[in-house]
Design a protein around this ligand. Structure first.
Ligand SMILES: [Zn+2]
Length: 169
């Protein structure tokens, strides 16, 4: 039985290797870079002032009711259950247990072989393993998906570039 997927295992060992040095994470709301210590559990974004979890969220029991927001990974183990109004994860969402929530991630979603999924899914990449159950949800998978804040920043950069080009030389 697989406890942690290969992707997840690789990610965790990367994190362990980084030791206690401050690390950069991206605000899941406005994409601002935040520098946090390795041990920090939560951090408040210096730009939008929203507090969020900066550690991976690993669920092996029940997690009901509250929104799940992390700059890292939400990983639901085989016996884990997450029923939430919403899930927003910066890195990824990997499910081997049960999830009832609308999910949004800048990274990938894995609906594993033992997973039960109900809810919308907005992600860059989706992997559904054989045996997974999907009981409903609207899926929007965009490999070039950006958060709205990033899109706005890109638009601003584009129009600034156009303004420079438009200037007579
Ligand atoms: Zn922010």
């Amino acid at each position: 039985m697989r406890e942690v997927s290969l992707r997840m295992a690789g990610y965790l060992s990367d994190q362990a290797a980084k030791g206690h040095a401050p690390r950069a994470v991206r605000c899941i709301h406005c994409a601002e870079t935040m520098h946090v210590s390795t041990k920090a559990e939560t951090s408040t974004c210096p730009r939008c002032y929203k507090r969020q979890t900066v550690q991976d969220v690993i669920v092996d029991t029940e997690k009901m009711g509250a929104r799940v927001e992390t700059t890292g990974i939400l990983f639901i183990k085989k016996k884990g259950r997450v029923w939430a109004p919403g899930v927003k994860a910066g890195e990824a969402v990997e499910v081997l247990g049960e999830l009832k929530a609308n999910v949004e991630t800048k990274g990938h979603v894995v609906i594993g072989e033992t997973a039960r999924w109900r809810g919308d899914c907005k992600a860059r990449l989706l992997v559904v393993e054989e045996g997974a159950r999907i009981e409903g949800g609207f899926f929007c998978i965009d490999p070039h998906g950006h958060f709205e804040a990033e899109r706005a920043a890109e638009k601003a950069a584009e129009s600034a570039a156009q303004a420079i080009e438009a200037k007579p030389t």
